[in-house]
Design a protein around this ligand. Structure first.
Ligand code: PLP
Length: 441
């Protein structure tokens, strides 16, 4: 039996019944798909993961292990909190959440997000500093869209959630990459940022905690980011969607702490922390004690953009205060403890797979990122080839780093059932033994 991988299910019957027809009167249709979307989507993970799943062998007696996918919520051990479920049921039953919501989101939801984030911030945000979005994804889309202009460029880390890429391409914003330093706890190469920023740089994106590197930045490092942003006049967009998924020793520091040095846009959602990415609710938060985003017109643009975009369901918005306030600490601690044990196991098991090296043990998020040492392998040309052959021979799917902008790296999901992880490493060992270089040249 194969594991349930929702994004790849199609209804075979429907597809068979549909016939492709040309224009019935011999004319031509005046419309066609847009090339920009095709290019933007080509960097998406969904595309490559679908190809890898297709590449798995139906005739070998092994379940498909989808460790390239990053959604722990499909596994029974990662179930959302009962308080969150109750909040949604109550919201639904109340009858108070059946209407349209304003573009920026309903006040109770915005107030609840402000309170939730303010717990860790010296400069308190108000409800009006918060905008509700359809998951963090819409926060990304909104920010890139409202900041774009014909000459614009955006600074993205070399490893970044692919949607930043896609929306920058779609909005014709030039992408400039800065490096993360694997040997320095994946810190940002700040000199590189200075070198690539200019007067047309609309923003610098940071991800903290970092998916997929699994690090959290220190207070000192983030302070340097803020100081540099001030010097260069840059907007910092901090993607903190994983702020609840932390199991290492480094504490999480929200970028908003440094808002008095340089204003910060924080993006977040409940998708990862509450294990409910299908609920589609998130936020854009303005940590802006000096009203910079107001005077530069950014706030107005965001409101206008959200007025003409789809909103998160009112049912979820209405439930959000209870979701954020009532979920017990234990819930997060329990999830993080499972993840921490999985990381310990995988990090240890990697010692037998010499072609995959993890430079830093993750302390957050749900991934293990490894560097592929091709010199040890006989007939593997790169990360995509490695993952393709692994899928075909072992029905094990890992994500090639190339989709994330890191050629010859490979990403494991560790937010899975422990037994899957154990099975994966048995298969990897077999694969490595078959492909290891026999002669030293
Ligand atoms: C998952 C993820 C997102 C998208 O979050 P949603 O709330 O599911 O839209 C954004 N950024 C990063 C870094 C992510 O890992």
């Amino acid at each position: 039996m194969n594991l349930f991988v929702p994004s790849f299910e199609t209804d075979q019957h429907e597809e068979v019944e549909r016939k492709t027809e040309t224009h019935s009167d011999g004319g031509v249709w005046t419309f066609k798909g847009n090339k920009a979307a095709k290019e933007a989507a080509s960097v998406s993970m969904k595309g490559i993961l679908a190809t890898l799943i297709d590449n798995c062998s139906k005739n070998i007696n092994k379940t498909i292990l989808p460790l390239g996918h990053g959604d722990p919520s499909v596994y029974p051990c990662f179930h959302t909190s009962v308080e969150a479920e109750n909040a949604v049921v109550e919201s639904l039953r109340s009858g108070a959440a059946n209407s349209y919501a304003p573009g920026v989101g309903i006040l109770p939801a915005r107030r609840a997000v402000a309170n939730y984030l303010n717990r860790d911030l010296p400069h308190k945000m108000k409800s009006d500093d918060i905008f509700m979005t359809v998951g963090c994804c819409q926060g990304i889309e909104t920010m890139i869209h409202v900041l774009s202009n014909p000459k614009a460029n955006i600074l993205l880390p070399s490893l970044v959630y692919p949607l930043y890429h896609s929306h920058a391409i779609h909005s014709l914003v030039e992408i400039r990459k800065y490096d993360l330093l694997p040997d320095q706890d994946w810190e940002i190469d700040l000199k590189a940022v200075e070198a690539i920023a200019d007067g047309n740089t609309i923003a610098m994106v940071i991800t903290n905690p970092h998916n997929p590197c699994g690090n959290v930045y220190t207070y000192d490092h983030l302070k340097k980011v803020a100081e540099m942003a001030r010097k260069l006049g840059l907007m910092v967009i901090s993607d903190e969607v994983y702020n609840q998924t932390i199991y290492g020793d480094n504490p999480f520091v929200p970028m908003g702490i440094f808002a008095s040095i340089s204003p910060v846009v924080t993006l977040g959602s409940i998708s990862k922390g509450w294990l409910v990415p299908g609920w589609r609710i998130g936020w854009i938060a303005m940590n802006d004690p000096s009203n910079v985003f107001k005077t530069t017109g950014v706030v107005e643009s965001i409101k206008e953009h959200l007025d003409i975009s789809p909103d998160p369901s009112t049912i979820l918005q209405f439930a959000l205060p209870n979701i954020l306030e009532k979920t017990e600490k234990d819930f997060f601690e329990n999830n993080n403890s499972i993840l921490s044990q999985n990381v310990d196991f995988a990090f240890d098991a990697l010692k037998d797979i010499h072609c995959l090296i993890c430079p830093k043990k993750p302390e957050s998020c749900t991934y293990l990122l490894t560097k592929l040492d091709l010199s040890l392998l006989e007939d593997i040309t790169g990360d995509v080839d490695f993952c393709m052959k692994l899928a075909r021979e072992e029905n094990l799917v890992l994500l090639p780093g190339e989709v994330l902008g890191m050629k010859n790296w490979v990403r494991f999901s560790i937010g899975v059932e422990r037994s899957m992880l154990e099975d994966a490493f048995v298969r990897l060992k077999g694969f490595f033994a078959r492909h290891i270089k026999t002669q030293v040249t």
